[in-house]
Design a protein around this ligand. Sequence first.
Ligand SMILES: Nc1ncnc2c1ncn2[C@@H]1O[C@H](COP(=O)(O)OP(=O)(O)OP(=O)(O)O)[C@@H](O)[C@H]1O
Length: 252
Amino acid sequence: MLSEREKVVEIRGLVKSFGENHVLRNVDLDLYKGENLVVLGKSGSGKSVLIKLMVGLLRQDEGSIKIFGIDTLKLNLKELNKLRLRIGFSFQASALYDSMTVRENLEFPLVRNVKNLTRKEIDFKVEELLDAVALPNTINQMPSELSGGQKKRIGIARTLILNPEIMLYDEPTAGLDPVTCIEINNLINEVRERYKTSSIVITHDLTCAKQTGDRMAVLIKGHFKAVGTFEEVFEEATDKQVKSFYDYNFIR
Ligand SMILES: Nc1ncnc2c1ncn2[C@@H]1O[C@H](COP(=O)(O)OP(=O)(O)OP(=O)(O)O)[C@@H](O)[C@H]1O
């Protein structure tokens, strides 16, 4: 039962406004250890703001965010940076450095954050991660030589290189063709199995949601309107806004 499992994230009564723009009005959300939780919502609904609040890039007006039981508001910058290392953020645009090879892109966070690694240890880790994303032959390539789907995979590998316990995927399938989308969805599920991560997947893509999510949470007008399995939230939806989100977005 989910309710008996350990919570890695616990958000209560979260409120965030920018002037008169009341983005998050009263958000409660739990992420359980080992689950993939999908956060859905239309453009501008506050999904990125929620993630930025979680990693301390923005400060909430009210409410609390506990990550691994730690209240993020109580942390100083040094403690926050330490906590951030336990959270991997896979950006929408992959965010690879164009002037670096795949190897250098992967090494970068490792060398920056883990002291005294030997060349052999770095090589081992880079090769392990390229193997995990099924792209071992790209090691000496430049990002400009990779397809959109390959860039996403390398971006995910780079995020995983610091062994995060929580993965945040921001629109992992945006801009990809349907077959590549399915490959990325499979990779998200493989990452969970292999690295025992707990993940939040932010998406508009209902196919991605269905394939990767144990639970869905639909953000509408500053609240989570529905939280549950795909079937509970969408196929049995009674709420008008949730139903219309489903009707407009689902690719049949
Ligand atoms: N730093 C900021 N200052 C002012 N307003 C902001 C800031 N960050 C976000 N917003 C506003 O908060 C709202 C939610 O933005 P957010 O980026 O979270 O949407 P989103 O759900 O992630 O959208 P998308 O799916 O298009 O990425 C928007 O109205 C946006 O203009």
